[in-house]
Design a protein around this ligand. Structure first.
Ligand SMILES: Cc1ncc(COP(=O)(O)O)c(C=O)c1O
Length: 461
């Protein structure tokens, strides 16, 4: 007997078959992922139950998965997508550069793009007029550390070898940057290969720019200064994340501490290295976070947002007089011979240049400062609605709060992360700290949805 299948019914079957095929494909890709791909910053066993999200497309603040679901990228893909994903002007710049040349050795060659970028970066501050390029954030920090140490050798200040850092600071994943970072869990296994660093404490943490300690941290300074005095003849540099410490849980501290540290460094011939890898290029509402304190460091390290996270690319800005220390006949052996293959790679340089132009022409800083208040209000609403959040803090386009949790071993943040992913937001909390650090040009409507999802996720866990 011949059964006539209605057209729409046969179409339904075709669609169902297509979905089944796609599900099978996805399963096989995920199986292969688990067999071969060791993901960063992950306990891979977690992936048995919490499968990686299959990304198909990313535009602005939105990630699209292969099954069509959309997720808000609430942490700007590890804090780097300053202008969001796939910004059309950055894409065009990348295409233009690729059509010219994608990479050429930067020793003994130059090009208009890298010169224009260096000039633009030299305008970020009054004093940092020389730009040295590195590959990623950690390498930029190492370059600044090496420059500081090397300059001491050249000047015969051989006793100045000590690095001083802040409690809870984070500066990268290489052995030297781990040494200067105060992140127990991340560095413990490598202790035997790390060097000793003095960590200053207590850090005068604040809830934001209206906190009284923001302007005046005298009480803390009384405890910090004696720690510094011990090293006034042997320190080469103090290194810090200005104003906002990211990896330790998005902690904001007093701008007065930065001012006091700058003054102490000036009095004692110690360098100040500002690790602006995360804070730089607008994240805190200023191009550099040091601007909050009205100070300039001796070295500023920038990366992440500099290319709006298009490619790994970083820069170290320093003063002319530090550059001059290395400037001499080759035979004197004073040259700074740090030679990273992709230093100043033209693709990154072209995108970075366009990023800075977009900042100027699309008033991104202004937008970031408007979004800043909106983020804070929305996070406060979430805190009120859930009744489960404490210690809300905020600066620029970053707002964070801690989940109240009786048992810190419970991995409550991780549960909330999974739930939020189901609901449509990629939060990736830091332990039990929930934070939003979206692209600086994110629309308010997206923050509204993000707030709803965050609240729902917290309530349901
Ligand atoms: C303040 C700070 N410094 C350095 C780094 C290291 O940068 P990268 O991961 O590009 O090596 C990071 C990365 O998150 C950072 O937040």
């Amino acid at each position: 007997m011949h059964v006539k299948i209605p057209t729409n019914f046969s179409q339904l079957i075709i669609i169902q078959n297509k979905h089944m095929r796609e599900r099978r494909q996805l399963k096989s890709v995920l199986q292969k992922d688990h067999e071969h791909y060791w993901h960063p910053c992950s306990q891979m066993k977690d992936y048995e139950t919490f499968k990686p999200l299959m990304i198909k497309k990313a535009r602005g603040s939105i990630l699209t998965l292969d099954d069509g679901r959309e997720l808000i990228d609430a942490n700007s893909s590890w804090w780097c997508k300053s202008l969001g994903h796939n910004h059309p002007r950055l894409k065009q710049a990348a295409i233009e550069q690729i059509n010219q040349f994608e990479h050429v050795i930067q020793a003994n060659t130059t090009n208009e793009t890298i010169v224009a970028l260096s000039e633009k970066l030299s305008h970020l501050t009054k004093t940092l007029k020389k730009v040295f390029y590195a590959g990623d954030g950690s390498c930029a920090v190492e370059v600044a550390m090496k420059m500081s140490l090397h300059s001491r050798k050249i000047l015969g200040e051989n006793q100045r070898t000590k690095f001083i850092a802040l409690e809870n600071g984070y500066h990268g994943e290489t052995l030297a940057t781990m040494s200067i970072s105060d992140v127990g869990l991340y560095k413990k296994p490598y202790k035997s290969a790390l060097f000793d660093v003095e960590y200053l404490k207590p850090i005068p943490y604040v809830s934001g720019g209206t906190d009284p300690i923001w302007q005046n941290c005298n009480t803390h300074w009384k405890k910090i200064k004696p720690q510094l005095e011990k090293y006034k003849d042997t320190a080469t540099a103090i290194i810090l994340e200005p104003i906002l410490q990211g990896a330790c849980g998005m902690l904001v501290y007093s701008k007065d501490l930065l001012k006091k540290l700058r003054a102490w460094c000036n009095e004692n011939n110690v360098h100040l290295i500002a690790d602006e890898i995360m804070t730089g290029i607008g994240r805190t509402g200023r191009m550099l976070a040091c601007e909050h304190a009205g100070i300039e460091p001796d070295f500023a390290c920038i990366s992440k947002g500099l290319t709006s996270g298009w490619v790994a690319f970083s820069a170290v800005l320093t003063r002319n007089d530090i550059y001059e220390i290395f400037y001499d006949d080759y035979e004197t052996g004073k040259a700074f011979l740090h030679s990273h293959t992709f230093s100043g790679n033209p693709l990154g340089a072209r995108i970075a240049l366009e990023t800075l132009r977009v900042f100027e022409e699309e008033n991104i800083l202004q937008r970031a400062n408007t979004l800043s208040e909106y983020l804070l209000n929305k996070m406060q609403e979430v805190a009120n609605q859930t009744g489960k959040m404490t210690n809300t803090r905020h600066i620029g386009c970053m707002v964070a709060a801690d989940i109240v949790c009786a048992n810190p071993k419970e991995r409550l943040g991780y549960k909330i992360y999974q739930k939020a992913t189901e609901l449509g937001a990629l939060l990736r909390p830091l332990g039990n700290t929930i934070y939003w650090l979206p692209p600086l040009n994110t629309e308010n409507e997206i923050i509204d949805i993000l707030a709803d999802i965050t609240a729902q996720a917290i309530i349901s866990c």
